[in-house]
Design a protein around this ligand. Structure first.
Ligand code: GUN
Length: 280
């Protein structure tokens, strides 16, 4: 079994981006990411801080807009529109979830597609479907980067994705399909899920339930990618995969933490540089 080291691969990606950002800076282009956070969700605060820190380390500028939980929809839309029109802002990221009185879809749909570094806008989602992308959604892109870094062949392999969210499951399935994987998507209504996951050469879990994937669901020698970010019964960070139970059956497995998580931010940074290049 080989442990997939997301921290290491993420550091390599960010190092490459830092070199490119430095070159752009020498030519007078500074890369700027606007990060919008509304309210005081603890997890969102941690994510936003990590994104800002990644920007600083690579040499991008980040501008944070921390808005009160009572911010109205019109106020938030006005900010997004202002950032859309600001030529010094290359990427716009509105951290989700938003407080309940705000319409997440309306807000993310208002971000200009060419500044949409999360790839949540319908134009970008549509491009992913066709395989003609400017921006890849960060988490699925991070998974693909990990598979590439470890020379894991996708062509002709049985790939099973557990989860069908717009942020992870659906785009993940498309990216595997584009690399000629035979892709099956499982979800909460899937019957006999273990029978299906056991056919997977590459199993990607994005369900958000601690220890959901157990050894009886995994084929010997499978590649197991764990996108989950959950807390176990002791409040400790853990993935969807029962790592202790599953790891020895696999050929490759991602740990949580230190697997897919660090790649998500690296891909956000990649999208931000791409945004700057598109706008240039
Ligand atoms: N909240 C959880 N994941 C994400 C993400 O990838 N992007 C944004 N904007 N918010 C999130």
């Amino acid at each position: 079994m080989t442990l997939i080291d997301g921290k290491k691969i993420s550091a390599q990606v960010r190092q490459d981006l830092a070199v490119q950002a430095q070159k752009l800076k020498e030519n007078g282009t500074e890369i700027t990411l606007a990060v919008v956070i509304v309210g005081d969700d603890q997890a969102s605060r941690v994510y936003v801080n990590n994104k800002k820190k990644a920007c600083a380390e690579i040499g991008y500028k980040s501008i944070e807009f921390a808005l009160d939980a009572t911010t109205t929809q019109d106020e938030l839309l006005a900010l997004v529109n202002k950032l859309n029109d600001d030529p010094t802002v290359n990427g716009i990221l509105v951290q989700l979830p938003l407080p309940k009185h705000l319409d997440e879809k309306l807000i993310t749909d208002t971000i200009k597609p060419e500044k949409d570094v999360d790839a949540f806008h319908p134009v970008n989602v549509g491009k992913i479907m066709i395989g003609d992308y400017d921006f890849l959604p960060c988490t699925p892109a991070g998974v693909m980067e990990l598979l590439k870094a470890y020379d894991i062949e996708i062509n002709g392999k049985n790939c099973v994705v557990i989860g069908r969210s717009n942020i992870v499951g659906k785009p993940m399935s498309m990216l595997l399909l584009h690399q000629n994987g035979t892709v099956t998507i499982c979800h909460s209504r899937t019957k006999n899920i273990a029978e299906i996951t056991k056919t997977a050469d590459i199993l990607v879990s994005a369900v958000g339930r601690a220890k959901f994937v157990t050894a009886d669901m995994v084929k010997d020698g499978a590649v197991v990618v764990d996108v989950g970010m959950n807390r176990d019964e002791n409040g400790k960070l853990c993935g969807d995969v029962d790592f202790a139970d599953v790891a020895e059956k696999t050929s490759y497995i991602t740990p949580v933490p230190g697997g897919v998580g660090p790649m998500t931010i690296a891909m956000l940074m990649k999208n931000t540089l791409k945004a700057a290049l598109i706008q240039k």
